[in-house]
Structure formats: structure tokens, C-alpha cells
Design a protein around this ligand. Structure first.
Ligand code: TYD
Ligand code: MG
Length: 454
């Protein structure tokens, strides 16, 4: 190409990242009003990491299948979600609401890693002193943990290239900026550009990199889901701020499964691993209360017992209220309709509130039978028998369908002292050997469950 390539001016929607050559009042992609801002887009440089080295094709069968070496961060819950630890040279994004504990988790994990490797923690949000104060609370004092208070991407990359740390943390991606772009830090193009530069750094220098990113009100990582396809692993740190429990979930993982979760508890001295979530979530369960039911939900390979609570009461206004927390409201509405039609419970005119205790979020159909039992129990004002739990998927005709891994669920229930379990008849038939001390009742329709219970 001859002569100087000129920077292009583009208008970028700050909500969704849609680009347009001219200013628009309304974004055609996300329908947001007045969301376009002018941004200068630098022409791509041909020296970008991917282009610099020309790779030759190689045959798949000639590659050795040795598993990649993982760096365990000595936080079991985090390792599990990552699929066994950090893969060297990978780029991980940890997203979550402000104040949920991203910086705390990163600092604790990097402190462990710094025992054996050099770690550079770039704090773009807080001063070095603030991080030091937090580190004191956490008891983090590794010698090889270095802090850098910097917001300029160019200087971060330069420092990392000179220093060659094994691990790099950028906290957070919304506060760093690249001089090559005119737009303010945190805008879509800045976030995308900075993430791109970190990606090149991670892959080019083999530095394992973690980025913290804030989630906006509507749930997307600001600079929306733009970052998700650029990084190797996306973890969301979530939890109800009014509870101390935090759940770390993998949304994308190029090196492992995405259905594992890690459970933490925020304490005075930082995040504590919860290796026994069932006990924690059942701690304050009101035994013998109508509307309270325990279900074994499978999160990845791990069964977790959680308490479902339903409150059914006569509607005080014309339109009954429906509110659910921790579970898809459409799923609950469907099960209410099934109960009404197939079991003859008159629920349509009732106010129904549904809650999953402990701030847990469930999205497994195996909890359906528990939801049905909780609704019926609250409506009839009759408590389910003590030490009883339920699982099974409920279909539209009121049938109870088999679910995956009944053995794992039953073992966890038996471990926690449950005595009786209602499960799909299909599961009961194929169960190799029931756990000791657990009485099992196979059911094939919701009517059977209600009949036996109430
Ligand atoms: P932080 O890691 O700063 O959140 P983020 O980086 O996601 O914005 O965590 C902040 C919250 O955690 C704050 O409300 C205080 C609480 N916290 C504790 O309860 N105990 C602790 O030991 C620490 C360090 C923080
Ligand atoms: Mg923070």
C-alpha cells in the first residue's frame, strides 16, 4: 500500500457495538436511542500477532495428544470451574456486578500463584495502597506478587513485555484505555481494542492473563458480549449481595466444561471456599413448614441440595401476582398450569410467590417435581414429610420423566441424612443399587406424588 493510511471515522453504538458510517439517532441493531458516538478506528497493522508469524499446516495425526500442563491456583473451587487450573498463555475474563468480589478472588488466586511464579497485578481502578489494604485483610503477602497502578494499555503491554511475568491481571478492562483511539475508557471500541491487545500479549508472550470486567445492569459484560468471543474462558461471578454466597460459573471455556460451578462465601478475611454447598444451603431450612421442599440439583458433575419455597395465597386483586426468584418464571407458570389441569388444584386465581433459598439459580428440569410438590404443599397448607426430597422432570401431560445421574443425587441425599426420595419410576427401574438407608418411591405422574404425600 502506498502513502499513509488514514484513520477512519466511524459511529459506534455504545450499547451494542453496532457500527455505522454516519450518525444515527436510533440504533438499528439494539433499538437504543441516541447511543452513537464518533470513534476513530485505526487501520489494522499487519504486524499483529497472528500475521507476524506464518504458520504451516500440519496433519492432525502427527500432533501429540499430551494434555496441556495446567497451573493450579490452589483454590479448589476456581480450579474446578477452569477445568483443572489455568492453561498457560490463556486469556480469562471474570465478569460480575461491581462489588461482587472479582478483585478479591483475583488477588487471592494470584497470591497463591505468586508463591511459585512472577505475577503482575495491574490495578487500573484502585491505587496501590488500596490494594495493599485489601491484601492485608486477605493475608496476601507473596514476594513475587507485583502491583502496578496504570491505565494506559501501551504502558501495560510494554511493562509486561519487559518484565515477562508468568501471570498478568488487568483489573478492570473498563478502566484501561488505548491512546490509539479517541473514545473514552469503557466504551465499546476501547474495551474491544484493549482486550485485543491483551490477547496478542497473552498468545505472543505466553503470559497467562486474567481480566476483570463489570457487568452492566442488563447483564452483559460492558462493551457487551463483545469480549466473550475474544477470550478463551469467560467466568461469571454472581450472587445476591444480601447473601454471603457467591457462585462462579463458566459461561465459555475453550479448555474444559462449562457446566461446573464454584461456590464461595464472602467473609471478613476474603472469599472462603464452600466445598459442601448442600449443607450451607440447607442450614436455615424450616423443617415441617408447608411450601418448603428440598431438591437435589446437578451443577456440572456436582449434586447440590437446595430448598425450594412456594407461597400460594388467595389473590387480593383481580389479577393474581406471580413472582419467582432463582428459577425461570415461565417454567413455574407451566408447572402451575399442569397442576391445575392434571391434578385439579385451583391455582389460577391465586397469588404465587416462588423462591430458591440461598440466592441459588436453578435451570435444570430435574427440579420440576420439587416445584410441583412445593406449590401443592403450600396450597394445601400441608408440610411434606421430614427428610424427604424430590426430583424428576414434569411433562405437559403431568407425567414424571427420568433425569440424568440419579445415583449421584441419591448419594448426596443419603450423605446428608435424607430418608426418603420421590423419583421418576424410569430412574428407579434402571438404578443399579440404591444408597443405604434411603427409601425410594418411583412415580410416573404428578397425581401419584400428591396422593401419596397429602
Ligand atoms: P471487590 O473484590 O472489591 O469487588 P469487585 O472487584 O467485584 O468490584 O469486593 C468488594 C466487596 O467485598 C466489598 O463490598 C467488601 C467485600 N469484602 C469482604 O466482605 N471481605 C473481604 O475480605 C474483602 C476483601 C471484601
Ligand atoms: Mg474490583
Amino acid at each position: 500500500m502506498n502513502g499513509k493510511t488514514r484513520d477512519k471515522i466511524l459511529f459506534v453504538c455504545q450499547a451494542c457495538g453496532h457500527r455505522s458510517p454516519k450518525w444515527l439517532g436510533r440504533c438499528p441493531n439494539c433499538d437504543g436511542w441516541n447511543s452513537f458516538a464518533e470513534e476513530r478506528v485505526a487501520p489494522p497493522t499487519p504486524t499483529a500477532a497472528g500475521v507476524a508469524r506464518k504458520a504451516a499446516p500440519c496433519s492432525l495425526s502427527s500432533l501429540s495428544g499430551a494434555p496441556e500442563s495446567r497451573c493450579s491456583c490452589r483454590i479448589g473451587e476456581l480450579d474446578r470451574v477452569l477445568g483443572g487450573g489455568f492453561v498457560p498463555g490463556s486469556l480469562t475474563l471474570i465478569g460480575g456486578d461491581p462489588g461482587i468480589g472479582k478483585s478479591t478472588l483475583l488477588l487471592q488466586c494470584m497470591n497463591h500463584l505468586a508463591a511459585t511464579a512472577k505475577v503482575l497485578y495491574v490495578t487500573a481502578e484502585e491505587s496501590v495502597q488500596q490494594v495493599k489494604l485489601r491484601a492485608d485483610r486477605l493475608g496476601a503477602a507473596s514476594e513475587q506478587l507485583y502491583l502496578l497502578s496504570e491505565t494506559s494499555m501501551a504502558r501495560i503491554v510494554e511493562t509486561a513485555r519487559d518484565w515477562k511475568p508468568a501471570f498478568l491481571v488487568v483489573d478492570s478492562i473498563q478502566t484501561v484505555f488505548s491512546h490509539e483511539l479517541q473514545s473514552a475508557p469503557g466504551t465499546v471500541s476501547q474495551v474491544r481494542e484493549c482486550c485485543g491487545q491483551l490477547m496478542q500479549l497473552a498468545k505472543g508472550e505466553g503470559i497467562t492473563t486474567c481480566i476483570a470486567g463489570h457487568v452492566t445492569k442488563d447483564g452483559a459484560i460492558a462493551g457487551p458480549r463483545l469480549l466473550e468471543h475474544m477470550v478463551d474462558t469467560v467466568l461469571y461471578f454472581e450472587g445476591d449481595p444480601s447473601y454471603p454466597y457467591r457462585i462462579l460459573r463458566a459461561v465459555k471455556n475453550r479448555f474444559g466444561s462449562t457446566n461446573e460451578i464454584g461456590v464461595f462465601e464472602m467473609a471478613g478475611s476474603g472469599l472462603r471456599e464452600v466445598s459442601n454447598p448442600s449443607e450451607l444451603f440447607l442450614q436455615e431450612r424450616p423443617e415441617g413448614a408447608p411450601g418448603s421442599i428440598v431438591v437435589p440439583s446437578l451443577e456440572g458433575s456436582r449434586p447440590i441440595l437446595v430448598e425450594l419455597q412456594a407461597l400460594v395465597s388467595g389473590a387480593s386483586f383481580g389479577t393474581p401476582q406471580r413472582s419467582t426468584i432463582g428459577i425461570d418464571h415461565k417454567r413455574v407458570a407451566l408447572l402451575i398450569a399442569v397442576l391445575e389441569k392434571k391434578a385439579g388444584l385451583p391455582l389460577m386465581g391465586q397469588d404465587i410467590f416462588f423462591n430458591v433459598a440461598g440466592g441459588v439459580r436453578l435451570d435444570e428440569p430435574a427440579v420440576d417435581l420439587g416445584v410441583v410438590a412445593a406449590l401443592a404443599s403450600s396450597h394445601l397448607n400441608r408440610a411434606a414429610p421430614k427428610s424427604t426430597l424430590f426430583f424428576g422432570e414434569v411433562g405437559l401431560t403431568g407425567e414424571v420423566r427420568a433425569v440424568a445421574r440419579p445415583d449421584v443425587r441419591l448419594n448426596e441425599a443419603s450423605r446428608l441424612g435424607f430418608r426418603h426420595c420421590f423419583l421418576p419410576a424410569g430412574n428407579l427401574r434402571s438404578l443399579p443399587s440404591p444408597p443405604h438407608g434411603l427409601q425410594l418411591t418411583g412415580v410416573s405422574a404428578i397425581g401419584e406424588v400428591l396422593e401419596r404425600l397429602f
